[in-house]
Design a protein around this ligand. Structure first.
Ligand code: SF4
Length: 227
């Protein structure tokens, strides 16, 4: 498979926030979100076998723990990524898959925690989520909405009001979009929506969702890669 990088850091998002995690970042994405902070994944990378990827994961995290398969869009390399996730699960890792949900997710191994980043209108990629993927979600999966405007917030709010009841409220994350050109200070000023505004909208609408901040952008310099 085509790999951009494999590294260990703290998980910055999802309900696993703050836990040490090995990130396996695959190359290539078929979307072009306007605030994308991973454009360096669109091209390049190195060809690695499943065995090489697993060896590197094991070197970085020999006592198992959390592994996130991410990108780019990892499901573009489904043929190789699914056996990799199966094998990591069998070895004892907890496996997260970060995906936009634009590709079918039905074949993702059931033990994998899918973190599905449903694109809002102001990402420039609204409408790309495949509705039938809702049927592939289990109670352990999470839905994430990266919110760049009030319009994105209203889209997300209306989307979750239609969700099947088996998706627990704590598994839905509303996260302010971060400026992709943010540099320098570690500050909420880099968010395209003020986290306080987002918090107040959530409370005013009585939504039972989780407000998520990308903590790696507050721990390290916001433009730093590989953290
Ligand atoms: S899906 Fe992810 S990697 Fe692809 S353009 Fe959007 S934010 Fe970037």
């Amino acid at each position: 498979m085509q790999i951009i990088e494999i590294y260990k850091s703290l998980q910055g998002e999802s309900s696993y926030t703050g836990i040490p995690c090995v990130f396996v970042r695959l190359a290539g994405c078929n979307l072009r979100c306007v605030w994308c902070d991973s454009e360096y994944t669109f091209k390049g990378g190195s060809r690695m076998t499943q065995e090489q990827v697993e060896a590197e994961v094991h070197r970085l995290s020999p006592d198992k723990g959390l592994v996130e398969v991410t990108g780019g869009e990892p499901m573009l390399q489904e043929r190789e990524v699914i056996p990799l996730m199966d094998s990591l699960l069998a070895t004892g890792y907890t496996v997260l898959l970060e995906t936009s949900g634009e590709r079918p997710l039905a074949k993702v191994p059931v033990g994998v925690v899918k973190i599905v980043d449903v694109k809002c209108p102001d990402s420039g990629e609204g409408g790309t989520f495949l509705p039938e993927n809702l049927n592939a979600l289990t109670e352990r999966d999470e839905l994430k909405f990266v919110i760049a405007s009030r319009r994105d917030y209203e889209f997300s709010r209306d989307f979750i009001r239609e969700l099947p009841s088996r998706i627990p409220a704590g598994s839905v994350i509303f996260s302010p979009a971060f400026r992709k050109d943010a540099t320098g200070s570690r500050s909420a000023d880099h968010c395209l929506v003020d986290p306080r505004d987002l918090a107040e909208w959530i409370l005013a609408d009585h939504l039972n969702v989780r407000l998520g901040l990308q903590i790696h952008k507050f721990i390290w310099e916001p433009s730093l890669k590989g953290v």
